[in-house]
Design a protein around this ligand. Sequence first.
Ligand code: ADP
Length: 326
Amino acid sequence: MSAIKCVGILTSGGDAPGMNAAVRAVTRAAIYNGLKVKAIYRGYKGLITDEIEEFKTQNVSNIIGRGGTILKTARCKEFMTPEGRMQAYETIKKHDIDALVCIGGDGSLTGARIFASEFNFPIVGLPGTIDNDLFGTDSTIGYDTALNTIMDAVDKIRDTATSHERLFFIEVMGRDAGFLALNGAIATGCEAAIIPEIATETDQLGELISQGFRKSKNSSIVLVAESPITGGAIAMAERVKNEYPQYDVRVTILGHIQRGGSPSAFDRILASRMGAAAIDALLDDQRNVMIGVENDQIVYVPFNKAIKNDKPINRELLNTLRILSI
Ligand code: ADP
């Protein structure tokens, strides 16, 4: 018999479409297995300010298709201090919570790892981020929806780029990871993607310019990952304007629309599988792991691996983009 009788659930860090589907899945799978569920509001902040409510199955009705997170999310500086985490631990004890399921990105899972080892407390993480930058899972919850949002937006910008024969630099999210930019570029037939992973090995813009942006085309679109490493779309556009004044250059920054909207079928299913797997993992005495899906199989990824290892970009995709943009 597992010693776990009550599971706390929270969403933390940047919101991502599909977080609600994950909250629903964790809640329902826990109740199905005879566990109590305590919903914690505003991520780790709610553990410090004691914003906790018991959830029944009806608390998660009709949320599978909603973007954002009904639990709210926040960034919490106090949780980064030992005193803050001690306060969080006291709240957890007060509410008789025996284990936590934390849904969030790299930062949230780092916080979970530190807390779990400090208090020897069982935590299972779910990868909830549009960036897809967690190691050990083919996809994170929210990534597919964000990619589809980017695709819709770029398709629309393509209309004006073509009509005016312009060169567009479109900035997408992904501070340290180029998954959205690279796959977004392939999905929309872009000329190139400028991504942080290869920023130090090659002058991506220089290469592109030297190919002449394909004279046969009457518009060009380049997706740029928002990152201090790439410099972002504005910096790219400035460079082209200075060095190649013949191009009619425009910039669009997609911004927060990338995080919003109803999750795709893929993200709803992924979040549902991962949420149910989180409860299985806890009942199976798994500790301090992130749930991943690799090759369509649920896997348990130790926090250390999920957070610390840089998830590599698939070089074959870069090559495909190059070949198809001639
Ligand atoms: P994301 O989870 O989307 O990557 P953040 O990096 O903002 O978002 O992290 C979310 C929260 O996780 C932070 O506000 C903080 O409460 C917690 N967190 C992040 N890093 C740490 C850390 N090193 N130690 C403790 N808590 C952390």
